[in-house]
Design a binder for this molecule. Structure first.
Ligand SMILES: Nc1nc2c(ncn2[C@@H]2O[C@H](COP(=O)(O)OP(=O)(O)OP(=O)(O)O)[C@@H](O)[C@H]2O)c(=O)[nH]1
Ligand SMILES: [Mg+2]
Length: 223
């Protein structure tokens, strides 16, 4: 899959304000400063598409980017768990993120980003469990691989898998990336291509079912 063009469309404060589309979208979530916006720029080959910053808390809204003339979307989300925000603001951000994850019909996959430099952190495990319990489709993306040796990365990923396997029957897809080195780009874009195909097939089937229902006489559709 190649990204031929990527264009910022709109920023929304809640899911009800997000654009009304009928194509799949891929959102990026994780702790503040984990590298969500940088990864989006790396994938789209556009260093100024999503705003990045050394200071955490840069992204404040749900940002939609139109990919390949609108055949699918990338969504940049604010980070969770940024301590300096204060409790009320942290809760407001959690509501925004959870509202998006639970209610956005177009969400084909939520990429949950984890900094590969650290051993499993409670806040990330809790967020992953929230997604698992609610059937949110996810993939895990470990970030900043250039900052540690392969050995440390392997060790931390292994600890993560071990922790999740205690409760998850099946692990989600896992990617190791570096936005700095463009590592993991092809793997993520291939995964998006495959998921797009499945999403489109499912939505065609749903549409056919809806049309079949419409054609049925009323008496057959009533309980
Ligand atoms: N070395 C290295 N630095 C990275 C990588 N990805 C991101 N960074 C740096 O990490 C910092 C945060 O990156 P952002 O992409 O703004 O992080 P974010 O998750 O979007 O942060 P918020 O929007 O504040 O939640 C920036 O200084 C980036 O340059 C990476 O793969 N390698
Ligand atoms: Mg950001």
């Amino acid at each position: 899959m190649e990204i031929k063009n990527a264009k910022y469309e709109i920023s929304s404060a809640k899911v009800a304000q997000c654009p009304d589309t009928n194509v799949p979208e891929y959102a990026f979530i994780g702790r503040s400063n984990v590298g969500k916006s940088s990864l989006i720029n790396m994938l789209t080959n556009n260093s100024s598409l999503a705003k990045t910053s050394q200071k955490p808390g840069k992204t404040l809204l749900i940002n939609h980017f139109k990919i390949n003339n609108g055949s699918w979307y990338i969504v940049d989300l604010p980070g969770y768990g940024y301590a300096a925000r204060g409790k009320d603001q942290r809760q407001a951000f959690s509501r925004m993120i959870e509202g998006y994850a639970l209610n956005r019909q177009q969400l084909a996959c939520l990429f949950v980003l984890i900094d590969v430099r650290h051993e499993p952190q409670k806040i990330d495990i809790e967020f992953l469990d929230f997604c698992g319990e609610n059937g949110v489709p996810i993939a895990i993306v470990f970030t900043k691989a250039d900052k540690v040796s392969q050995k440390v990365a392997d060790h931390n990923i292994m600890l993560f898998k071990k922790e999740l396997k205690e409760r998850w029957e099946e692990l989600p897809p896992i990617f190791l990336t570096s936005s700095e080195k463009k590592k993991g780009r092809d793997e993520i874009l291939d995964f998006i291509e495959q998921t797009n195909a499945i999403w489109l097939q499912n939505s065609e089937e749903e549409q056919e079912e809806a049309e079949d229902k419409e054609e049925m006489p009323l008496s057959q559709t009533e309980e």
